[in-house]
Write a protein that binds this ligand. Structure first.
Ligand code: PLP
Length: 404
């Protein structure tokens, strides 16, 4: 391909599992992006909750280039300094004692689920293999994680689904209690469902899950792939709730745009992942770890985390103002820089119609299911970009309402 690539090349050369927008961004800085034509966009999408410090943040660029000139990759026959520093940084900042590094959220969850099964097998025997998760949950696209995820459309049509997986209604503790038994090995839950529509767990629900897991000697796994690394306004959302899991998974914001994932657990559970039980060629890659370490150290400061809460309030005020004028939203919800606006009855199921209108107005946003407009911008998005992005969103909403 010698000429400048176009959107038509996607259809010609790529497997058709995505339907990307027509515009092709070529440059980003902070919360602004520019496409091939030089058109500028404000980024409320954040690469689906990934670009935690926006685009090309100097701290991440420096970490990446410094490491790129030193050492990229060894595989796990050797360890490396950035991976060790990242693991230590995560341990020192969380409940965890041990870390497994990988390259994505799906892999982190795959590791968590395998750890839970092997821990239960070793400690309690073969019978303790049931995994409980929640309808509408999303845990990744590996076959185990789509099976545990609560959206059957992602697991159907791929042959027999792995057994021992049960689904309950999210935020319904009684439903979990009914499924729970001595054969329960783990409960996997997002503290706030992301793909499922930006639905926060209630305090009682997470506290209740913790108590049920303790009662039945099952592991509580928090999938913080979307909520983690500052997005909730705390380093991890479990800290907002004060409910501590046994296993936590992290990715997305962890690398600020560089592919990296992590599974965190305790000294009591980690030994189940003994030599040879699991692995990943790229897990703990030096380049990825150096970037993630810089991201964690930069984000886990009072300035950034308090800034996330302040920006949340600004987002909410703007969204409420838009809604007062146009009445398109039924509810505005979320935590920190992960927010959802559920469409009102009149506009039920039409969230995705806003996206192309927003793109035309110069704004990138997301949806979470057909009925929720989702925003997952940079944690440090400048206030001026919030104001301008909201002005563009308002124009997009006005056009939706006017039927243009
Ligand atoms: C809660 C949650 N878990 C897991 C994943 C999967 O992560 P990845 O796409 O990096 O494999 C996602 C991605 O959207 C997610 O939101």
């Amino acid at each position: 391909m010698s000429q400048t690539p176009t959107r038509a090349d996607f259809d010609q050369y790529m497997v058709p599992n995505y339907a990307p927008q027509t515009a092709i961004p070529v440059r980003g800085e902070g919360s602004r992006l520019w496409d091939q034509e030089g058109k500028e966009y404000i980024d409320f999408a954040g690469g689906i909750a990934v670009n935690a410090l926006g685009h090309c943040h100097p701290v991440l660029v420096d970490a990446l280039t410094e490491q790129a000139n030193k050492l990229w990759h060894l595989a796990n026959v050797y360890t490396n300094e950035p991976a060790l520093k990242l693991a230590q940084a995560l341990v020192e900042r969380t409940f965890a004692d041990k870390v497994f590094l990988c390259s994505s959220g799906g892999e982190a969850n795959e590791a968590a689920l395998k750890l839970a099964r092997r821990w239960a097998y070793n400690e309690h025997g073969e019978h303790k293999d049931k995994i409980i998760s929640f309808r509408q949950s999303f845990h990744g696209r590996t076959f185990f994680t789509v099976s545990v995820g609560g959206q059957p459309k992602y697991s159907q049509g791929f042959g027999p689904i792995p057994g021992g997986i049960l689904h309950a209604e999210f935020n319904d503790l009684e439903a979990v209690r009914e499924l729970m038994g001595d054969d329960t090995c783990a409960v996997m839950v997002e503290p706030m469902q992301g793909e499922g529509g930006i639905v926060p767990a209630t305090q009682e629900f997470l506290e209740g899950l913790r108590a049920l897991c303790d009662e039945h000697q099952a592991l509580l796994i928090f999938d913080e792939v979307q909520t983690g690394v500052g997005r909730s306004g705390s380093l991890y959302a479990y800290m907002e709730y004060g409910v501590t899991p046994d296993v936590l998974t992290s990715a997305k914001s962890l690398g600020g745009g560089f592919p990296v994932g992590a599974m965190l657990t305790t000294d009591a559970i980690a030994p189940a992942m003994a030599i040879g039980t699991h692995g990943s060629t790229y897990g703990g890659n030096a380049l990825a770890s150096a970037v993630a370490l810089a991201a964690v150290e930069y984000i886990d400061t009072p300035e950034v985390l308090e800034g996330v809460k302040h920006r949340h309030d600004l987002f909410r005020e703007h969204l409420e103002a838009i809604n007062r004028q146009y009445g398109v939203f039924k509810e505005i919800r979320g935590m920190g820089m992960l927010m959802g606006a559920q469409m009102s009855e009149e506009y039920e199921g039409r969230a995705k119609e806003i996206l192309p209108l927003a793109i035309e107005e110069g704004l990138m946003a997301l949806i979470a299911g057909p009925n929720v407009l989702r925003m997952a911008p940079s944690l440090v998005i400048p206030e001026a970009d919030i104001r301008e992005g909201m002005a563009r969103l308002e124009r997009a909403v006005a056009r939706l309402v006017a039927g243009q």
